[in-house]
Design a protein around this ligand. Structure first.
Ligand code: AMP
Length: 283
């Protein structure tokens, strides 16, 4: 039987445990999550293990990245199942602070971001989001002083934001991006997929399918504008309320005029019923 990882809930114990690992010359990776773990998260853990790193998985549903009208209250919280899933993965510890440990009385500091964080994608629809993400990720990096941090390409703009932040603030933690894990029908795995009704679940893969078709059209020489307009139409016709389908420079997320300005990343966000889904792929 595999052993459940130990769950640490206070900073002194976190520091003591990590110092002991470091004393044995181990390199440490942090895998930040909000729990409700699925194969996407486990792939981040496996990727770190393959690199010979000790692995800390953080589980913290971060209140500062949710707006009041968003799903902080209903976000799935499944700690027991999460620990069960991590048992087989050789995780060294789970860092699961509560909100008072993460944001003690008097906490007032926030990281201010520009560049990829103000690209006009997620930031337009969730203006509070990256400030909250950067603040909690900055804290996780400081708390663990991890050598590496594994982030999914699934949240592509977030990956670019935290990569930039770690560099700009001279943090010792190097961010590593891991490709998106998908269901068999192409839907990107997400903790929020549990919100989808059976019918919505059948529709959801349209996002990935449409991006693949936009990408094929671009490679066949169709203009960016035409391919994206057709893609938006397909997504809307399937019943989504679309926030954006865009092609951006894959590193800076700046707007581009044609695929020659690339490398290009396609990024999409759309609501299906009450569930907001995001996805992206290389064009
Ligand atoms: P979350 O718990 O949704 O905040 O995600 C925690 C981490 O897992 C982030 O770095 C995500 O990008 C990553 N992640 C979530 N879903 C996937 C997926 N389907 N494939 C790869 N990484 C993922």
């Amino acid at each position: 039987m595999s052993k459940r990882p130990s769950v640490v809930r206070t900073l002194p114990i976190l520091h003591r445990t990590l110092d002991a690992l470091r004393g044995r010359k181990a390199k440490i990776a942090i895998v930040p999550t909000m729990g409700a773990l699925h194969d996407g998260h486990l792939t981040l853990v496996r990727n770190a293990r393959r690199r010979g790193l000790k692995v800390v998985v953080s589980i913290f549903v971060n209140p500062t990245q949710f707006a009041p009208h968003e799903d902080f209250g209903s976000y799935p919280r499944t700690l027991n199942e999460d620990l069960q899933k991590l048992s087989a993965e050789g995780v060294d510890l789970v860092w699961a602070p509560n909100a008072h440990v993460m944001y003690p009385e008097g906490f007032v500091t926030r990281i201010a971001l520009e560049g990829p964080a103000v690209a006009g994608l997620e930031d337009t629809y969730r203006p509070h989001f990256f400030g909250g993400v950067a603040t909690v990720v900055g804290k996780l990096f400081a708390q663990t002083r991890a050598d590496f941090a594994m982030f999914g390409e699934k949240d592509y703009q977030q990956l670019k934001v935290v990569t930039r932040m770690a560099k700009d603030l001279d943090l010792r933690t190097k961010v590593i991006g891991v490709p998106t894990v998908r269901e068999k029908d192409g839907l990107a795995m997400s903790s929020r997929n549990v919100y989808l009704s059976a019918e919505e679940r059948r529709t959801a893969p349209v996002l990935h399918r449409t991006m693949k078709s936009v990408s094929a059209k671009l490679r066949a020489g169709e203009s960016l504008e035409a391919a994206l307009a057709e893609g938006r139409e397909t997504i809307a016709a399937a019943g989504f309320a679309i926030d954006y389908l865009e092609a951006r420079h894959a590193e800076t997320l700046a707007k581009i005029g044609s695929i020659k300005d690339g490398p290009v990343r396609l990024l999409v966000a759309a609501k299906l019923g009450r569930t907001r889904l995001i996805d992206n792929m290389k064009a």
